[in-house]
Design a binder for this molecule. Sequence first.
Ligand code: MLT
Length: 203
Amino acid sequence: MIHHVVAKGINEDVIILLHGTGGNENDLLTLSNYIAKDATKIGIRGRILESGMPRYFKRLSPGVFDIENLIEETHWLKQTIDTLLDQYELKNKHLHVLGYSNGANIASSLNFYYPELFKTSLLFHPMMPFETFDYPSLKHQNIFIAAGKNDPIVPHEQTIELATIYQKYGAHVDVFWSYSGHQITQASILEAHQFFQKINPST
Ligand code: MLT
């Protein structure tokens, strides 16, 4: 069973919502309405449980990922997205992703394995998913990264390294820094909204 929620919109955009550790499929619905109110949203719950908290992949310790499991769950998530797009007759729409923390990390993994899947990625407090990767061209991708100067979970260098990788392989990248910790701020939601509207002007 896929735990998910669908909020049908009125335009051609579909945004996949990926929550943080301990969250669920509903968490980012309200926030995503501030960013793209007319888009269809699909929230998908991660199927890994860590002490009862849903996640998208296993970790060995905070910030240390179980790479084998990350790869397995990345492919599971891709299949799940395909299944849901079929089920709700949303194939051929413009697909985007909004991820927070653990959800943002697997969103980057999806971007690296399936570089043509998402047109826009809104990544709130992401980390580097892989230390090394044979990166494909990422030139179809538009990446917004929201980072916190006081984020206790994501070191500054990781934010910069991630943005540099996306840029190096051809993506269009904007990084927005706030003085926050690991939480999503109002200012970053506003910036994400502006980025999304710039890339997808009809929405
Ligand atoms: C992760 O495990 O994906 C990151 O450490 C973020 C988190 O979920 O705390």
